[in-house]
Design a protein around this ligand. Structure first.
Ligand SMILES: CC(C)(COP(=O)(O)OP(=O)(O)OC[C@H]1O[C@@H](n2cnc3c(N)ncnc32)[C@H](O)[C@@H]1OP(=O)(O)O)[C@@H](O)C(=O)NCCC(=O)NCCS
Length: 182
């Protein structure tokens, strides 16, 4: 047994904060709402490309009348701290999806978004998605950088930047010269 005096000098447990990345089961989709509500108002506005109230988030998470999304999550401890969503629209072909990504503020800029994107693109391919796009505010430099690392082609319309991913490209992040381990 560790004596109290010894334990005071033990190094912090690094593995405690290691994120676990995995696809959410449908029964876990309800965790999305808590995650989105924990984003700061700035991150929330970037995520939805405009200020978004609690009521709008609740409505969004009910996903009424729309096909079930694919959600990949980053769990830190037991809490869902980051997600990438692949959303389908009933009025568009099933092989077309929109990607949306968010990482809670205290866990941004440490590589969680990159890992989520990697998994999302694999998931998209595995699910036969041929056209995958992400829409974001033009001044969202983190999202622009992230999409660029994964080979997106950009266009601009109605005040938003659209990134379109080519799902046949591999090694995108390595080619982009990212300083993060791939
Ligand atoms: C966009 C977002 C998901 C990125 O997640 P993240 O976990 O911070 O991403 P990473 O740590 O993997 O960093 C990805 C790249 O962006 C860069 N980056 C991260 N934060 C940045 C910032 N605030 N400003 C500029 N670049 C930034 C990183 O340097 C990294 O590039 P590199 O690999 O060349 O170093 C996160 O910032 C976020 O949740 N923002 C709010 C929601 C949002 O904007 N969603 C997009 C619209 S759907």
């Amino acid at each position: 047994m560790t004596k109290p005096l010894e334990s005071a000098f033990l190094p912090p447990r690094q593995d405690f904060l290691t994120p676990i990345f995995r696809e959410l089961r449908p029964s876990e989709h309800e965790l999305l709402q808590g995650h989105l509500l924990r984003l700061s108002s700035d991150s929330r506005a970037k995520r939805f490309c405009s200020p978004f109230s609690v009521q709008l988030i609740e409505k969004y998470c009910r996903n009424e009348g729309q096909p079930m999304p694919i959600i990949v999550g980053a769990f830190i401890g037991d809490t869902l701290r980051g997600v990438v969503e692949l959303r389908f629209d009933r009025s568009r072909p099933r092989n077309t999806a929109e990607l949306a990504i968010s990482v809670e503020d205290d866990w941004q800029d440490i590589g969680v978004g990159t890992r989520l994107m990697e998994m999302a693109l694999h998931c998209a391919r595995d699910n036969g998605i041929a056209r995958l796009e992400v829409n974001f505010l033009p001044l969202n430099t983190a999202m622009r950088r992230l999409a660029w690392k994964f080979g997106a082609n950009f266009s601009h319309q109605t005040g938003l930047t659209k990134g379109l991913f080519s799902l046949s490209d591999i090694d995108y992040a390595v080619d982009a010269g990212s300083k993060r381990p791939q």
